[in-house]
Design a protein around this ligand. Sequence first.
Ligand code: URA
Length: 238
Amino acid sequence: MDRIQKVIANSGYCSRRKAEELISKGLVKVNGNTIYELGTKVDSSDTIEVEGHALKNQNKVYYLLNKPRGVITSSSDDKGRKTVVDLIDSNVRIYPVGRLDYDTTGALILTNDGELANLIMHPKSNINKVYIAKIGGLIGKAEINKLQRGVIIDNIKTSPCKARIKNYDKKTDTSIVELTIHEGRNHQVKKMFESIGYKVLKLKREKIAFLDISNLNSGEYRILNPKEVKKLYNEAKN
Ligand code: URA
């Protein structure tokens, strides 16, 4: 059971504050009855109407997690390892959208909204993902151009993408490269570098679409607001 204003906000209809306003104005019905009580508790069996519209996406939740290293991107693990779902205190069943490797860190969306998850993971989705890769050795413009044009991994060429060198550390002989891709093939970033002769030593996903993890410490997460959910839907559909 959740407070009605939370359920309305989680559905993406409007903000929690706006939902409270609508409740006070008598514009929200539960199972056909107008409610005025802000604390009214509802569950998934209740039918909610807001301003005459049946609420869609009822009880949908969306989280952005800064995934730490050493956690698996799955809902459960038969070897008993910690999963990304274990890191989130949610009273509904959620699952990760796409996957980050055990040793990859950074931005990961978790939700119980299968429609949005499918849109984001669809091979034709235009959702950009920005990765920061630390690789062994000095990388040059020619290799960066190869990545940008597309390289062959698992016998298929990757789509054109953006790549730029951020730094080279002479002492450790490592380079930092920012790679922006919209595909989500298995181990894609590691394989792309491997295909041009470089080993990824560390990998972080800094951004998915417009969502970045700059305000989240490792292992921290936050709930996406309705505007962000709407924007994600729009970007994924384009
Ligand atoms: N590409 C990889 O190689 N690994 C990840 O975790 C994500 C993208």
